[in-house]
Design a protein around this ligand. Structure first.
Ligand SMILES: *[C@@H]1O[C@H](CO)[C@@H](O)[C@H](O)[C@H]1NC(C)=O
Ligand SMILES: *[C@@H]1O[C@H](CO)[C@@H](O)[C@H](O)[C@H]1NC(C)=O
Ligand SMILES: *[C@@H]1O[C@H](CO)[C@@H](O)[C@H](O)[C@H]1NC(C)=O
Ligand SMILES: *[C@@H]1O[C@H](CO)[C@@H](O)[C@H](O)[C@H]1NC(C)=O
Ligand SMILES: *[C@@H]1O[C@H](CO)[C@@H](O)[C@H](O)[C@H]1NC(C)=O
Ligand SMILES: *[C@@H]1O[C@H](CO)[C@@H](O)[C@H](O)[C@H]1NC(C)=O
Ligand SMILES: *[C@@H]1O[C@H](CO)[C@@H](O)[C@H](O)[C@H]1NC(C)=O
Ligand SMILES: *[C@@H]1O[C@H](CO)[C@@H](O)[C@H](O)[C@H]1NC(C)=O
Ligand SMILES: *[C@@H]1O[C@H](CO)[C@@H](O)[C@H](O)[C@H]1NC(C)=O
Ligand SMILES: *[C@@H]1O[C@H](CO)[C@@H](O)[C@H](O)[C@H]1NC(C)=O
Ligand SMILES: *[C@@H]1O[C@H](CO)[C@@H](O)[C@H](O)[C@H]1NC(C)=O
Length: 731
């Protein structure tokens, strides 16, 4: 019985022996092919006689500086191998001897150059010897390993694939193993590039993935991975080094965007976008993700090594995300939105049936050429909806069963794009695969505007004309297609009945030149937009007044006369002061003063000390308007202070309202009840502007006056103005 067993064993052995031999030859050939540089190195396997071979390398000792760490393990059922580490002075040429003592099998491999060797062992005890020789066979070291197939350790890894990903301040390592290694928990050791020692080793809780934390984003790291030893994996060799580039933390900056129409391709535009990345040399390239704002797939990801991209896109709205990337991280993205470019040239019409259906019509000449289309519709500020369709007979398409109902009073923009595809009509790529045919707008239900044109203003007012300006009504307030504006203007008289006029202007205008007006007449203006559903809200009445037919030089003369008359009326203190005016002291802010007050409505008293340069006064005086009405009204308004007065029909009040607004917005404010020099100064250019000429208040003068005013307040509160003060009365 035992003999038969032995025979069959022998037969198997013979068979395996042949296998091993052939295997050795193959390995030998591979090694020869692998190392063509070492032309004189020849690797071969030879049968050996155990006694002979032992004797041959008897003199080779086991030495810590020699070949060491010889280990043999099993990768899989038929994959066993031994590895070792070279000695310090090794020539890196090894002799590998495998002996299976019980069966008297002995095979030797000579002239190995790599520190590992595959082997085939049978179910017997075996011994492996590796001899490293230098300076000929005389000087050699050896390493010995003994084991049996049963006790052979199983080794797992290193991982076949390592994917490091940097997240802020951390590193995620995902690995893949060869099939026979199964799934394993992993240990990761890491060090910053340039650092000698490994930092701590991080062991994962879950298989195949580990997280290393508290890393410095700007550093490049080196990592190695091994499995965590278990019963199945008693051996876990470290992997090779993996270099993890630094974390990309800054986003690219878009430098320029250009949208250019393409001559040969109507309905397409060439989009050129360039950007820069503030950090150099840390990235491998850029990743650009492009998709339609409507959300229609595909969302295409393009990579480029240059900081620019050129795309041929339709007039639809698109969104781009641009990031830099390296093999471990992706930078935050810079986003760019390419707005829709709409054009309505009557090629596309839309008819609304109800809140869930509408039909679009296009020209019949397209039918033969294109069969794939996409219709997009959107309301302002929304990404919109889309439907792609196949149509080869009619030049119209009804879009029905809308998931989101059409809202009344809301403008929808609908666009038709053509697709060169023939089959599914869905886009396969974003670039260069669609052109825009046309777009149009529609309302489900129209209404009239719910707001009025804003910012109504008047410019270039003359004796008989004025330019009226306003701003557009926002689209969401129009609630229909704007057909134009109506300007209502009325002559404004105190007691007489007023005459109403109206004029209609086209919807594109925001200004109108009103002509043939009466001079010196106040006009009240209101303006509104209108749609097919009628007029919208009118703007609040605003009033302007055409110029008086008063000659400018006559006004000046009257003003001068008034001043002179006042001077005379107030006699000797004036003459005293006149000296000071003619030979002025240097202005001294500590003493200078401009004192004014209103003694009674309609009377303006100007008190001033010599510090006010006489030329300031004289340059102002000719421009002072002397129209009694105006001055009275103004004084009335001023004495009211800054308080709001209801916008009643009073022309003068409205006019003054406007002027008061100017005062408030000026850097010089003044206290209610007192009429100050600043006010006087402020008013002057105002009046002059109306008169058609202009003087700008000299900044230095104003500054002096401002400081003077504060000074006045102080003086006034401590000592009342004495008779030494120069007093001038205007009217
Ligand atoms: C090996 O042994 C055989 C005899 O079994 C002998 O003839 C031969 O010379 C020996 N070779 C060496 C290198 O010692
Ligand atoms: C090993 O290589 C040397 C040359 O480096 C050669 O002389 C020797 O014959 C080779 N040994 C075997 C067994 O092929
Ligand atoms: C292998 O060696 C062990 C001791 O190291 C021994 O117990 C065992 O019997 C041997 N096996 C064979 C098949 O010789
Ligand atoms: C032999 O090798 C050892 C180390 O492996 C070295 O120190 C010694 O100098 C070598 N001797 C000769 C003769 O080359
Ligand atoms: C990693 O090692 C370096 C130097 O060896 C040390 O400065 C650093 O603090 C270590 N980092 C961590 C997270 O242990
Ligand atoms: C990442 O890329 C760098 C070169 O840019 C390379 O040196 C490194 O090995 C790569 N790392 C991995 C994990 O692929
Ligand atoms: C888009 O298509 C145009 C024309 O085929 C081509 O010139 C351009 O390079 C493409 N852009 C990208 C990013 O592939
Ligand atoms: C669209 O409507 C306009 C005006 O009603 C008309 O001139 C044009 O021919 C229409 N276009 C189509 C394609 O029906
Ligand atoms: C006022 O008139 C000037 C010169 O005639 C002109 O340049 C300017 O545009 C006009 N302003 C308005 C608002 O019409
Ligand atoms: C009115 O004018 C102000 C200031 O010039 C501006 O901020 C505002 O946007 C304008 N309003 C409209 C509706 O255009
Ligand atoms: C506009 O003026 C015309 C006469 O010029 C008048 O017939 C019409 O009714 C006016 N329209 C409005 C809305 O007042």
């Amino acid at each position: 019985m035992s003999g038969g067993g032995e025979r069959s064993g022998e037969a198997e052995t013979k068979h395996c022996w042949l296998g091993t031999y052939m295997h050795v030859v193959v390995v030998g050939l591979m090694l020869v092919l692998d190392a063509p540089v070492f032309t004189n190195v020849h690797v071969s396997a030879e049968k050996c006689k155990p006694k002979n071979i032992s004797a041959k390398y008897q003199h080779c000792g086991i030495h810590p500086d020699g070949v060491h760490n010889l280990d043999c393990f099993r990768k899989s059922k038929k994959d066993e191998k031994c590895t070792w580490e070279p000695g310090v002075h090794g020539s890196k040429s090894y002799t590998f001897i495998l002996q299976q003592v019980d069966k008297a099998h002995c095979v030797a491999y000579y002239n190995l150059t790599k520190p590992n060797q595959k082997l085939r062992i049978f179910d017997y005890n075996f011994t492996v010897e590796v001899i490293e020789s230098s300076a000929g066979e005389a000087n050699c070291t050896k390493a010995v390993f003994s084991g049996s197939k049963k006790t052979l350790k199983r080794s797992c890894g290193p991982p076949s694939k390592v994917l490091p990903t940097r997240t802020p301040g951390a590193l995620q390592v995902n690995v893949t193993w060869l099939k026979e290694d199964g799934n394993n928990r992993i240990s990761v050791r890491y060090r910053a590039l340039g650092s000698r020692s490994w930092n701590e080793t991080v062991e994962s809780q879950l298989p195949n993935a580990a997280m290393v934390e508290k890393l410095t984003p700007s550093l490049v790291y080196v990592v190695q991975i091994q499995c965590v030893t278990t019963a199945e994996c008693s051996q876990c060799p470290w992997s090779e080094n993996y270099y993890v580039p630094s974390e990309l933390t800054t986003q690219p900056i878009i430098v320029s965007t250009k949208y250019a129409d393409i001559m040969q391709k109507t309905g397409c535009r060439l989009i050129s976008i360039t950007w820069k990345f503030p950090v150099k040399d840390l990235y491998d390239g850029y990743r650009v993700t492009v998709w339609k704002e409507s959300g229609e797939p595909p969302q295409e990801q393009l990579t480029t090594s240059e900081p620019e991209i050129r795309l041929i896109l339709s007039y639809s709205a698109y969104r781009l995300n641009i990031s830099a990337y390296n093999n471990a991280s992706v930078s935050p993205a810079a986003t760019h939105v390419i707005p829709q470019h709409s054009f309505g040239d009557g090629r596309l019409n839309a008819t609304v049936h109800n809140s869930t259906a509408f039909t679009i019509h296009w020209r019949a000449d397209r039918v033969r050429k294109y069969v794939c289309y996409v219709v997009e519709w959107m309301k302002k500020g929304h990404s919109g909806w889309y439907q792609s369709f196949f149509e080869d007979t009619e030049a119209s398409k009804t879009v029905s069963s809308l998931s989101e109902h059409l809202e009344p009073y809301t403008r929808y923009r609908v666009t038709l794009h053509l697709r060169p595809n023939k089959n599914t009509c869905n886009m396969k790529h974003i670039n260069n695969s669609e052109s825009t045919y046309g777009s149009t707008e529609f309302y489900h239900t129209e209404g009239s505007p719910v707001s009025a044109p804003a910012n109504v203003s008047f410019h270039n007012v003359t004796l008989n004309s004025a330019t009226l300006q306003w701003s557009h009504i926002p689209e969401e307030d129009l609630r229909g297609f704007l057909l134009g504006y109506i300007i209502y203007y009325t002559e404004h008289h105190y007691r007489e009945a007023s005459t109403a006029h109206n004029v209609t202007v086209d919807p594109g205008s925001t200004s109108f030149h009103l002509e043939a007006l009466k001079s010196g007449t106040a006009y009240q203006v209101q303006i509104c937009g209108f749609t097919s559903e009628g007029e919208g809200i009118r703007s609040n009445p605003s009033v302007f007044k055409t110029d008086q037919k008063v000659n400018f030089s006559i006004r000046g003369a009257i003003a001068a006369f008034v001043v002179v008359a006042s001077l005379l009326a107030f006699g000797s203190p004036v003459i005293k002061r006149a000296k000071a005016i003619l030979w002025p002291r240097l202005p001294n802010p500590g003493h200078s003063n401009a004192v004014r007050k209103i003694e009674s409505p309609g009377q303006l008293i100007l008190e001033m000390e010599a510090a006010v340069p006489p030329q300031t006064l004289s340059s102002m005086l000719p421009h002072v308007r002397t129209c009694e009405d105006d001055t009275l009204e103004m004084a009335h308004a001023w004495s009211e202070g800054d308080g709001d007065s209801a916008a009643d029909d009073d022309t003068a009040d409205t006019l003054l309202d406007t002027q008061r607004t100017h005062f408030q917005s000026s850097p010089f404010t003044f206290a209610g009840g007192y009429t100050t020099m600043e006010m006087f100064q402020q008013l002057t250019p105002q009046w002059v502007a109306e008169g058609g000429s202009n003087i700008k208040g000299e900044p230095e003068d104003l500054t002096v006056l401002k400081s003077v005013r504060l000074d006045y307040v102080r003086q006034f509160s401590t000592s009342p103005p004495s008779d030494s003060e120069f007093t001038s009365t205007l009217l």
